[in-house]
Design a protein around this ligand. Structure first.
Ligand code: SF4
Length: 355
């Protein structure tokens, strides 16, 4: 890991046009874990077999994402400089701040916007009037690393650190995260004995705490529910595991989603034994996180929920992540916007995992 010798791993060929299509702004998701072992009863994922992207493939893919991101970074830096030289207004510093268009007096804003619109950046990050009020959305195009799997289950035991521990999700996150496209992920937690997952998440926290835009660009979600195997084995142990998960990720102000209805009588024990103590626990931490309640059903369009018995349930996953998805085995898939649409392979496979 510390000295990866990527030259030992064959790279794949991709012409510049495809590279920009698959690894540019239209890349929504690099799925480093496909399938999930958490066995949540409410989940769309029917696949308990976990497929993980080999770490050399992570690095090869991340190289391409970074190449594109760096190209856009230089465009952003250039347009900010051009705005400054043509209008006298300093708009931002790419690595440290969101651009600050509201510092420009209204009578001069059109000049600034015209410079922006005439610059090549317009074709990558088109001008939006709400950049003025909400500058944070300038960097809203995050790259996701999860879809139907849990990133905490990532590890590559064939790619080791000097201390013999496997490459973990912290290493994956570091490879893909970039100020232009901050990485977002969701986890349903990990057990307190899973040292690989624990170390991975601690690395991510440390990495983002050193980031000057820390806590403002990345999106971290924690899912809590009574449905995963870990909860089904016993609520008290699940409570302790989730306290550890929340404590570990608290510096990142994660969104904590409770997939269940607080009014469901079947849920009373879970609320009393897990949710209420967790609420108190969250209050005791210095984090802005709080619980949000979501439907217990992630989607009625796929997996175990597509049994015709869940027609009334809200679909909360159908709109997610339109555009390109990259699977662990190099398959490229495309998801179109719309309820019930899933990433569908487009017939391109970037690399083969055969030895
Ligand atoms: S809800 Fe998330 S953690 Fe649970 S089985 Fe589905 S993918 Fe895994």
């Amino acid at each position: 890991m510390e000295n990866p010798h990527l030259e030992l791993f064959e790279d794949f060929d991709l012409d510049p046009e495809h590279e920009e299509t698959f690894f540019g702004m239209d890349l929504a998701n690099v799925r480093v874990v496909k399938g999930c072992g958490k066995r949540c009863l409410h989940c769309i994922v029917p696949d308990l077999n976990i497929e993980r992207m080999p770490f050399p493939a992570v690095l090869r893919n991340a190289e391409r994402v970074k190449r594109f991101n760096e190209k856009v970074r230089s465009l952003v830096v250039d347009v900010f400089q051009q705005i400054e030289s043509e209008t006298g207004y300093k708009i931002g510093d790419f690595d440290r701040f969101w651009p600050c268009f509201d510092s420009v007096p209204e009578e001069d804003r059109q000049k600034v916007i015209s410079v922006y619109r005439a610059h090549p950046i317009q074709s990558v990050i088109p001008w939006r009037d709400d950049f003025i009020e909400y500058p944070q959305i300038f960097f809203v195009s995050r790259l996701a690393n999860y879809y139907d799997g849990d990133v905490s289950e990532y590890r590559d035991t064939a790619f080791l650190h000097e201390d013999g521990t496997p490459a973990d999700y912290g290493d994956v996150f570091k490879a893909f995260n970039h100020p232009l496209r901050p990485v977002e992920f969701t986890t349903a937690g990990w057990s307190r004995t899973d040292r690989v997952a624990q170390r991975a998440m601690e690395k991510i926290v440390l990495l983002l705490q050193r980031d000057p835009r820390h806590g403002r660009s990345n999106l971290v979600n924690i899912s809590v529910s009574r449905f995963p195997y870990m909860a089904q084995r016993g609520y008290p142990q699940y409570l302790e595991a989730m306290k550890n998960v929340i404590r570990t990720l608290a510096p990142l102000n994660p969104n904590i989603n409770l997939f269940d209805s607080p009014d469901d009588p079947e849920n009373a024990d879970f609320i009393a034994i897990v949710v209420e103590p967790l609420l108190m626990f969250i209050e005791s931490l210095s984090t802005e996180s709080h619980f949000t309640f979501k439907s217990a059903v992630v989607s009625k369009y796929a997996g175990r929920m597509a049994d015709g018995n869940h027609e009334e349930d809200e679909d909360i996953a159908g709109f997610s992540m339109p555009c390109y998805h990259l699977f662990p085995d190099g398959t490229v898939a495309h998801q179109t916007l719309g309820k019930g649409n899933r990433p569908t392979p487009i017939g391109e496979r970037l690399y083969s995992l055969a030895a």
